[in-house]
Design a protein around this ligand. Structure first.
Ligand code: BGP
Length: 492
């Protein structure tokens, strides 16, 4: 258990809240003009969690099957938790916990049925207006991610995902529509969720299906697609600032903390190398240019990017205002991993740390790692920080009277709140908000299951779509409420 080293206190206007993503909650995948996304095509697979490559494997054949599937086929993202029809109730529950901020994402394919359409889909715009108005009614500030893993399917089939330069224009058109349309309703924005993730799962982040790339090495296609996202992100930041100078726009990276497995120098170097690799793309978003170590990495791999003469200027002009990140766990790195136990994460493996507990899904929970991450990020970027995701996926048991006792979730929260407080008060980190991931149960990104639950709010739905979709409060609901009410003090 993380022991705080000074009293738990937070700045007066600290933004407490929770986070979700459109593709994991909305459902309503094919109504009111929503176009299909790649997420709608990901089937539920009974392959467990330890080998994420099996979960993320996706071929053109899988796509064909998805397109031919009837309504009995199990594509969990198509139903989500039906937030589309429950958002009023859900936001009211968030308000009851005292949320100051709700991090959510907009589904590009709901705003443009086809990304090349000239006009946006009015029903999609109406839906998000209604959601934002509902938030404001309760005094909740929306924090909106423009792209949280759900490239429109048209992008995949017509352009081979973000590999094609045309997608930059389509995305910036969509971004402009959002900034203009929701001006005054949204001021906190993120461009791409876990911006580094395309290197780990190119399908959901970039819409890249490996077997469609016979003319170019797949790795090159990934780096090329990343370049396009960087240009698109910078352009979106610029447009956002032009449309409303009040807009405060951040990047979002997967903050993974890696410890050296032993004090062997080669283990330290392995950990340092791995840690540095997570900054490849947020460095571009923060500093406006490719870091030298990324250029070297591409050079070594023989990757030559296709760029446009204006790209360098675009990257320079579109740097972000704040840095947000997801943080779940830490793991270890070793110079030589032979014979060592590996610990699974959602999409990242490392050597298992013998000093840390693991969640039921094998993620090694570690509040000290959050404190370390905050320090590292602040020292690197000198920008305000925001914890956009943090949480514990666990199996919950519903008692006969309907109650759900989840002390493990409250404990996880308590420790991480303590660690944030120390980072602010002792380490001098500028942190202005925290959104618990999956504040309401939702479909897992890596395994597409409902069994792994993050929420303070329980949703009656299983991995196969059985259930009433009804919402109920877990014990942790009251605990988070107390934490927010006391501005963190309840975690002391
Ligand atoms: C992050 C993603 C989220 C979310 C979370 C938990 O990587 O940004 O979308 O799902 O991880 O992961 P999982 O759902 O696989 O448990």
């Amino acid at each position: 258990m993380y022991q705080n080293t000074s009293p738990v206190t937070f700045p007066e206007n600290f933004m407490w809240g929770g986070a979700t993503a459109a593709n994991q909650v909305e459902g309503a995948w094919n109504i009111d003009g929503k176009g299909m996304t790649i997420e709608d095509c990901l089937p539920f697979r009974e392959v467990g969690y330890s080998d994420f490559t099996k979960q993320f494997a996706f071929t053109s054949k899988d796509l064909e099957e998805a397109l031919a599937a009837d309504e009995n086929a199990n594509y969990p993202k198509r139903r989500g938790i039906d937030f589309y029809h429950h958002y009023r109730e859900d936001i009211a529950l968030m308000a009851e916990m005292g949320f100051k901020v709700y991090r959510m994402s907009i589904a590009w394919a709901r705003i443009y049925t086809h990304p090349w359409d000239e006009k946006p889909n009015q029903k999609g715009l109406d839906f998000y207006h209604a959601v934002f108005q509902e938030c404001h009614k309760h005094g909740i500030e929306p924090l909106v991610t423009l792209s949280h893993y759900d490239p429109p399917l048209d992008i995949v089939t017509k352009y081979r995902g973000w590999y094609s330069r045309e997608v930059v224009d389509l995305f910036t058109k969509y971004a402009r529509t959002c900034f203009e349309e929701f001006k005054g309703e949204v001021t906190y924005w993120l461009t791409f969720n876990e911006v580094d993730a395309m290197l780990r799962h190119p399908v959901t982040s970039g819409g890249l299906i490996e077997d469609q790339f016979n003319d170019v090495p797949f790795e090159t296609a990934i780096y090329q697609a990343m370049h396009h996202q960087m240009v698109a992100s910078a352009l979106a930041v610029k447009i956002g600032h032009e449309v409303d100078p009040k807009n405060f726009i951040g990047c979002m990276l997967t903050k993974l903390e890696f410890y050296p497995y032993t004090c062997r120098p080669e283990d330290f170097l392995a950990a340092q190398r791995r840690t540095r690799s997570i900054y490849r793309y947020s460095d571009i978003q923060a500093f406006g240019e490719y870091p030298l170590f990324l250029k070297k990495e591409m050079e070594k791999k023989g990757i030559v990017l296709k760029t446009e003469p204006e790209d360098a200027q675009i990257l320079k002009e579109g740097t972000i205002d704040f840095v947000s990140f997801s943080y779940y766990m830490t793991s270890c790195m070793a110079g030589n991993t032979e014979g060592l136990d590996m610990a699974p994460g959602n999409t990242v493996n490392g050597v298992k740390n013998p000093y840390l507990p693991s969640s039921e899904w094998g993620w090694q929970t570690d509040a000290s790692g959050l404190r370390a991450s905050l320090v590292e990020l602040y020292d690197r970027y000198r920008r305000p920080l925001f914890v956009a995701e943090n949480g514990l996926g666990a199996r919950d048991k519903v008692e006969e009277d309907g109650s759900i006792h989840d002390p493990y979730r409250a404990d996880y929260l308590k420790e991480h709140v303590r660690a944030m407080s120390d980072a602010i008060n002792e380490d001098g980190v500028d942190l202005f908000g925290y959104t618990w991931w999956g504040c309401i149960d939702l479909v897992s990104e890596s395994t597409r299951e409902m069994t792994k639950r993050y929420g303070f709010i329980y949703v009656d739905l299983d991995d196969y779509g059985n259930g009433t979709y009804s919402r109920s409060k877990k014990d942790s609901f009251d605990y988070y409420k107390a934490v927010i009410e006391s501005n963190g003090k309840a975690a002391e």
